[in-house]
Design a protein around this ligand. Structure first.
Ligand code: O2Y
Ligand code: MN
Length: 607
């Protein structure tokens, strides 16, 4: 078939597989034009100017090169119900993923894709996850009909013609196909945020083919396919095959007085403060304790030749939750987003200054809410899942090591959830196997990062529940095997910054004070800090933590570190019921860990 436009526009595509794929996609989606992206600032500026001219983007005042986008109210978050891991059998994807047989899903989606780019340009984005010179880098091509997605991918990934050079004639790549699913009839005026109705949205992953098909949404993780879809779902399946791990973790660098460096990776469920912790400002900087950022959302981990676990941040930017980001909670993020930032779904003053809950104490007068309506003063002015998109290199706390192609060696892995009760501020797992059990049984109260109820406790193993690209029973097995491959594995801890008193007050001041908990971990690793053995693991006494200059009442500290046997005993049948969902795929060591916990608590381990 004769294509309406030449496939080779500005590149010599000598990779036959890529040329064929682009031709096939163009034939199916029938765009009016095809444009190969080069990731240059000029390309970004041209696309952005065009979106400003069409009214999709609004330049913001007092923030150079920053723009506001308002999404369709139906397209504001990841859609977990419409996210699929598609293999041949259900067993391959397991009970925590949505499964549709891959042939059936491809048939359904092909019908949707047919002609879906009428009236639009199809952009071809060559990008790398991870620095291109890293052995961990993964090369990918995203096709999209959304210029908002192109600009966001410029920020979040490494878009460059060098990616095509690295691909060469025979290289393989991960295929990411995206359409907003809103073809235009001749002369039809475009929507400001084109997207398809919810029942036509599909965020589909084909781990056997290293392929992603996303249709119908233009928002965040549904559309910026390098992030959750590639960086976690497809990467986790690749990692299992190739002997590494793709995890939902921030990575931070901790410098001790004298210059000793430690690296910590931490997994918290969506919107539980990973960005804030990654950009933490040390309250003990004057004493020589410094914190720097490596990444805020995704870590790719592999065993190094030295027997340690090494971590790379595969992303190039931050797609952070805006509400709650303020000068107290995250001054580094505030500085990062002063320029060159895309804001999506925040409120704005009539003179173009962006605003959100938590930015400052008092909302300005004459505010337009995230949908552009005069703010009524009652509802949220900014959408709870409104986001900033900004390059990591702009962050004042970014570490010089953040793009090290080898990554950084990890001293500790931290897991945590949002629990008003139950979990103490911090505890240490007994060993790797127990740490995997602690991580696999993490529970957290849900947030606005995905559509659905907010504030309900759900099990979110390793904070990967929405992001694991295969059966989670097998994923637990992979974690256990990885521990065996490490001579010096990182120590494993669990934290809960969100514990509340009987009066509903948060007991821990949070923010920068979380450093004190990290320092206890490092001291534990160095054999310098005490702890008491409890049924759930090793918990510090208040005197084991460096609380110097911190004003937390003794009674609050006691409550923060308490392990209530009855509350934990009530967890046991819930964990058993959760484990039972995996049937024979549950690795026996996890079941044994649950039995051992029950025994330590003096209860039986049945559901
Ligand atoms: O992708 C979205 O629409 C929001 S969810 C998100 C965004 C950045 C980092 N993490 C998440 C998440 O859900 O974990
Ligand atoms: Mn995340």
């Amino acid at each position: 078939m004769e294509l309406p436009v030449r496939v080779k526009e500005s590149y010599e595509v000598n990779n036959e597989k890529l040329g064929r794929w682009i031709r096939d996609v163009a034939e199916m989606c029938q765009p009016d034009a095809i444009r190969w992206c080069d990731g240059s600032p000029g390309e970004y500026d041209r696309l952005m100017s065009d979106m400003v001219r069409r009214g999709t983007a609004t330049p913001l005042a007092k923030r150079p090169n920053s723009f506001l986008f308002r999404s369709d109210p139906s397209d504001v978050a990841r859609v977990e119900d419409r996210t699929f891991i598609s293999c041949i059998t259900y067993d391959e994807v397991g009970p925590t993923n949505n499964w549709i047989n891959c042939d059936d899903l491809r048939r359904t989606m092909t019908e949707l894709y047919r002609g879906c780019m009428h009236g639009r340009t199809m952009y071809v984005i060559p990008f790398s996850m991870g620095p291109l010179n890293s052995p961990m880098a993964k090369i990918s091509i995203q096709v999209t009909d959304s210029p908002y997605v192109v600009c966001s991918m410029h920020i979040m990934t490494r878009v460059s013609p060098k990616v095509l050079e690295a691909l060469g004639a025979d290289g393989d790549f991960i295929k990411c196909l995206h359409s907003v699913g809103a073809p235009l009839a001749p002369g039809e005026e475009d929507a400001l945020w084109p997207c398809a109705p919810i029942e036509q949205k599909y965020i589909s992953h084909f781990p056997h083919d290293d392929e992603i098909w996303s249709y119908g949404s233009g928002y965040g993780g549904n559309a910026l396919l390098g992030k959750k879809s590639l960086g976690l779902r497809i990467a986790s399946a690749m990692a299992r095959r190739e002997g590494w791990m793709a995890e939902h973790m921030l990575i931070l660098e901790l410098e001790l007085p004298g210059g000793e460096l430690h690296y910590v990776a931490a997994a918290f469920p969506s919107a539980c403060g990973k960005t804030n912790l990654a950009m933490l400002v040390s309250p003990l900087e004057h004493k020589g304790y410094k914190v720097r950022t490596i990444g805020d959302d995704i870590a790719w981990l592999r065993p190094g030749p030295d027997g340690r676990l090494w971590a790379v941040n595969p992303e190039a930017g931050f797609f952070g939750v805006v509400p709650g980001t303020g000068p107290e909670t995250n001054p580094n993020a505030m500085a990062t987003i002063r320029t060159n930032t895309i804001f999506t779904n925040v409120a704005v003053t009539r003179d173009g200054i962006p605003w959100w809950e938590g930015k400052d104490k008092k909302p300005p007068k004459d505010l337009l809410d995230w949908q552009g309506r005069p703010w009524n003063g009652t509802d949220k002015a900014a959408h709870p899942n409104s986001r900033f998109t900004v390059q990591a290199r702009q962050c004042p706390s970014i570490s010089p090591k953040w793009e090290d192609p080898q990554g950084v060696p990890l001293s500790a892995l931290v897991f945590g959830g949002r629990r008003a009760r139950l979990a103490p501020l911090v505890f240490e797992a007994r060993d790797w196997e127990h740490g995997v059990f602690v991580a696999a049984t993490m529970g957290s109260e849900t947030t606005a990062a995905a559509t659905g109820n907010v504030g309900v406790v759900r099990r979110d193993p390793m904070a990967m529940l929405p992001f694991c690209g295969y059966n989670m029973g097998d994923y637990f097995g992979h974690w256990l095997r990885m521990g065996q491959a490490l001579e010096s594995p990182p120590r494993i801890f669990h934290v809960n910054w969100f514990r509340q008193g009987q009066d509903g007050r948060f007991l821990w001041p949070g923010f920068g004070q979380n450093l004190r908990v990290l320092l206890w971990m490092i001291d534990r690793i160095k054999g310098k800090a005490g702890a008491v053995d409890t049924p759930i693991g090793k918990v510090p006494r208040p005197e084991d933590l460096n609380l110097e200059g911190l004003n937390v009442p003794d009674s609050d500290m006691k409550a923060l570190l308490a392990v209530d046997r009855e509350e934990w005993a009530a967890e046991v049948p819930e964990i058993r019921a959760f484990f039972d969902r995996f049937g024979e795929r549950l690795p026996p060591p996890l079941s044994h860990s649950l039995d051992a916990l029950a025994q330590r608590l003096g209860v039986t381990a049945t559901a």
